[in-house]
Design a protein around this ligand. Sequence first.
Ligand SMILES: [Zn+2]
Length: 180
Amino acid sequence: MRLFLLVVGCALAVSVAPANAQSWALLDRALAGATQIFAKAQDALGASSMGVSTEVYAQALGQQRFRPAGQDTAVTVLFKREDGADPGCARFAAYVIPAPQQRTATIYLCPQFFQSGTDELRTTTILHEMVHVVAGPDECLAMAYTAGVQLLATGRFQPVAGYWRQSGCASSPYRLPATR
Ligand SMILES: [Zn+2]
């Protein structure tokens, strides 16, 4: 359920985080970038892809509020910024914890999300975590779906071969797109 991106050492996580407003600006940019990429891929995905409903995913990403298939009540997607003390942040840039009773799913954003990498990595993280929000903890699904969306939208995808291997995805039902 938790990922992503770079499995970085804890040493990185203790460097100074940017000011709060700046952090949220980075998140807004990543959300806007992810929404833009998904919009380009949306038609080609059809009604669903890899079992993920295109409409439900679009709602979650675009409105941070979605209605799961067969359910009447909407789920709200929340974002929470975590500091390095969160053990979930030792290895991941972000992770998701669903709270079905509260009708929420929270994306926890770790220091790595704000500190390392580029807007493109942050955008990838948002696309990836949103798969967990709507479809659960399967890492292989989240990686394959994200790569598929990126490929459809831009002709390429963020390489995840290392994490794919670590997660044992070769024996999963999912595949990364073929690279040329
Ligand atoms: Zn993940």
